[in-house]
Design a protein around this ligand. Structure first.
Ligand SMILES: Cc1cc2nc3c(=O)[nH]c(=O)nc-3n(C[C@H](O)[C@H](O)[C@H](O)COP(=O)(O)O)c2cc1C
Length: 344
């Protein structure tokens, strides 16, 4: 197995079998409360949780965030995730597709997503480090076509690259690379972190070069510093402070909530683990919410039915919040009064 393939396998194994959550930090959404509406004036069966994302209709605003691909077992994982996403009409991301640029041995581990999910939005994925080194958009366009993707996610992960044993912390040229992709690619570009958050300042710099979609992927869920520290093992002792490094999801959303450019669209992720959190993300300005490890662990530990069960619960949670705030659709939920503890 190549280094890239074996790294992708390590990541799934560690995320399923080890404690890799943030230790001293949450995603901050527990600080936010909706105002209870004692007179909702609507019937629960009349509530519409559907939304459009990248021109396609979803049953509710959930994205299975990009996780895997590029080694043998990933084909089954991506196949199962995609099948559930298609059945439940969600969006789904592929994990980093760097391996697919190295050779075609595991192309099926990505292609199976579009085969199992012909109608939903699927996001291709590549790292900022690769983008910084790209001379033109051809490799990225190739990845988009491999899975007939509706958008390309560029994951920016400086903390992870810095701590990764084989990491490449070379980010000079990323903005130029993003500008080139925005100009040349046939689909939109989404800039995403992997759990350390995107500040307003960083989002604005990406927007200045034409990136309209920001997935804040904030701190409080999976700690990618934690994952890489476990992979490093003993040897050079790195400060445990990095384990909890990053901008909590709710803070990143709050920074982009007001006065952001009109054409900037926000995806919320990082520690999303129920449908009440999804509702809060929408009220804080996100178009849709993403979740990675909580969905992967349901699938890997208990199978596709457990994954369906978890997602069904999240949809029910969202419905509950909409009913209890009197919001008959997501537009109204987004305008619902929400306030921070101590400020209500
Ligand atoms: C096993 C696993 C592999 C991941 N691989 C990728 C990846 O290849 N590309 C990417 O953009 N994000 C990757 N992520 C990061 C997630 O998309 C997400 O941003 C991060 O885990 C925070 O979300 P969570 O708290 O819901 O897990 C991966 C996550 C997991 C759990």
């Amino acid at each position: 197995m190549s280094r890239t393939s074996s790294r992708k396998k390590d990541h799934v194994d560690l995320c399923v079998n080890e404690q890799v959550s943030f230790r001293g930090k949450t995603n901050g959404l527990e600080e936010w409360y909706f105002q209870h509406n004692a007179l909702p004036e609507l019937n629960v069966e009349d509530i519409d949780t559907s939304t459009d994302f990248l021109g396609k209709s979803l049953s509710f605003p959930l994205l299975i965030s990009g996780m895997t691909g590029g080694y043998a077992e990933a084909e089954r994982i991506n196949g199962d995730l995609a099948e559930v996403a298609e059945d439940l009409r969600l969006a789904i991301g592929a994990g980093s597709m760097r391996q697919a640029l190295e050779n075609d041995t595991f192309h099926e581990s990505y292609r199976i997503m579009r085969r199992n999910a012909p109608t939903i939005p699927i996001l291709a994925n590549i790292g900022a480090v690769e983008v910084a080194a790209m001379e033109d958009a051809r490799p990225a366009q190739y990845l988009v076509e491999l899975i007939e993707a509706d958008a390309l996610v560029v994951h920016t992960n400086p903390l992870q690259e810095f701590l990764q044993p084989e990491g490449e912390a070379r980010f000079r040229g990323v903005l130029e690379g993003l500008a080139m992709l925005v100009r040349e690619l046939s689909v939109p570009v989404i800039l995403k972190e992997v759990g350390a958050g995107i500040s307003r300042e960083a989002a604005m710099r990406a927007h200045e070069v034409g990136v309209q979609w920001i997935d804040v992927a904030g701190a409080g869920g999976t700690s990618w510093a934690g994952v890489e520290m476990l992979r490093r093992g003993e040897g050079c002792e790195i400060s445990q402070e990095f384990w909890d490094w990053g901008i909590p999801t709710a803070q990143a959303l709050e920074e982009l909530r007001i006065n952001r450019p009109q054409d900037m669209r926000v995806i919320a992720s990082g520690g999303i683990s129920d449908g009440v959190m999804i509702a809060k993300c929408l009220a804080l300005g996100a178009e849709i919410a993403g979740s990675a490890r909580p969905l992967l662990t349901a699938l890997m530990n208990d199978g596709p039915d457990a994954l369906r069960g978890r997602i069904c619960g999240w949809k029910r949670d969202l419905l509950g919040v909409m009913f209890l705030t009197g919001a008959s659709d997501l537009g109204r939920l987004r305008r619902s009064p929400i306030c921070k503890r101590n400020e209500c």
